[in-house]
Design a protein around this ligand. Structure first.
Ligand code: HXC
Ligand code: NAP
Length: 292
């Protein structure tokens, strides 16, 4: 689908690039010649991913343990990339946190856990990169991974829906503000692409997973290469006139009114308790691996 040298000489940062969708995009960009930079809170996970991707593609990849909720840590990481390697050409805001929960069960910390990563963290990274591009009078391409809830909202993932809608607003706002500086700002809204992070927090039981798939017009979940190809397309200078867009890749799910979790309104207290326990186990396992 693409020239194999499409990203030759390009340097791209993907936040949360050590797992799931981020890792799939990193692989595709490296296959197309990019030098990759990835960050996350689990150093071991990043290093393992980097080794796997370097072995598979023969490309260059660098890792940064960084919590994007901490603005100073983000600025330090971006400064390090600039100093040690040179300016970035592309950024993918991919890191996120999410879990399904009844909104009345959320504590303020529960809301902040999502909003601090998705809304605040994505802003910190975008600004740290954008201000350097502007100071150096160079352009760049930014892609943020959102959800189709930016158009519809969604029951049971309210902190995520609010935060992703904020990123969609940032995408449109900066497309205009930074357009004259040669910076393109776009977003991708994927439907379900099974990853450990998503499946265990949003479809943590088999029954929930089945429900989700039966409401997708294409009757299947997404394949990683499909998402990675869309990201490569949007990142490329070859589509340099696209900016301010949010593009869905969801098998028609949201047009079928099924992008969100409205169908879960009939779950019982016991089922919500089961879901919360399953999510807590996943969160504890991930947390034990964090190094920042
Ligand atoms: C209610 C919950 C909860 C749950 C956690 N909390 N799980 N509340 N229901 N199921 C509450 C906790 O009780 C606590 O509040 C607060 O959230 C913070 O919990 P911590 O574990 O201390 O959070 P933290 O270490 O900051 O971790 C953040 C996280 C975690 C978001 C909770 O899951 C994470 O880091 N996730 C990163 C990976 C991820 O989520 N990937 C999924 C991406 S999929 P109290 O008050 O009790 O202390 C996606 C969209 C997919 O984004 C769309 C599909 C279509
Ligand atoms: P994932 O594997 O859990 O990816 C999330 C990544 O973000 C992890 O690598 C995680 O690494 C990183 N991260 C989380 N908090 C961070 C923080 N504070 N600082 C730095 N890194 C952080 O889930 P995924 O399914 O691939 O999701 C990737 C993106 O796609 C997200 O934006 C998600 O909302 C979006 N999305 C996914 C789907 C889907 O079906 N999978 C659908 C729609 C949208 P650490 O835990 O090591 O920090």
């Amino acid at each position: 689908m693409f020239r194999t040298d499409l990203f030759k000489g390009k340097r791209i940062l993907i936040t949360g690039g050590g797992t799931g969708l981020g890792k799939a995009m990193a692989r595709r960009f490296m296959e197309l010649g990019a030098e990759l930079h990835i960050c996350g809170r689990r150093e071991g996970v990043l290093q393992e991913a980097a080794k796997e991707l370097a072995d598979a593609t023969g490309g260059k990849i660098y890792t940064y343990p960084c919590d994007i909720r901490v603005a100073q840590a983000v600025d330090d990481m971006i400064g390090t990339i600039w100093q040690q390697h040179g300016p970035l050409d592309g950024l993918v805001n991919n890191a996120a946190g999410n879990f399904i929960s009844r909104t009345e069960d959320l504590s303020p910390r529960g809301f902040d856990a999502i909003a601090n990563i998705v809304l605040h963290g994505s802003f910190y990274v975008t600004q740290a990169v954008g201000k350097r591009w502007i100071a150096e009078q160079r352009g760049g391409s930014i892609i943020s991974i959102v959800t189709t809830w930016v158009w519809t909202g969604s029951a049971f993932v309210v902190p995520s829906a609010m935060s992703k809608a904020g990123i969609a607003a940032m995408t449109q706002s900066l497309a205009v503000e930074w357009g004259p500086k040669g910076i393109r700002v776009n977003a991708i809204a994927p439907g379900p692409f099974p990853t450990e992070g998503m499946t265990k927090r949003l479809a943590p039981t088999e029954a929930l997973e089945k429900r989700m798939i039966s409401a997708i017009p294409m009757r299947r979940v997404g394949n990683m290469p499909e998402l990675a190809n869309l990201a490569a397309f949007l990142m490329s200078d070859e589509v340099g006139y696209i900016t301010g867009e949010v593009i869905a890749i969801d098998g028609g799910q949201w047009l079928n009114g099924a992008g969100g979790f409205g169908a879960l309104t009939d779950l019982s207290d016991a089922e919500w308790q089961e879901i919360r326990a399953a999510i807590a186990a996943t969160n504890a396992k991930d947390k034990a691996q964090r190094t920042v």
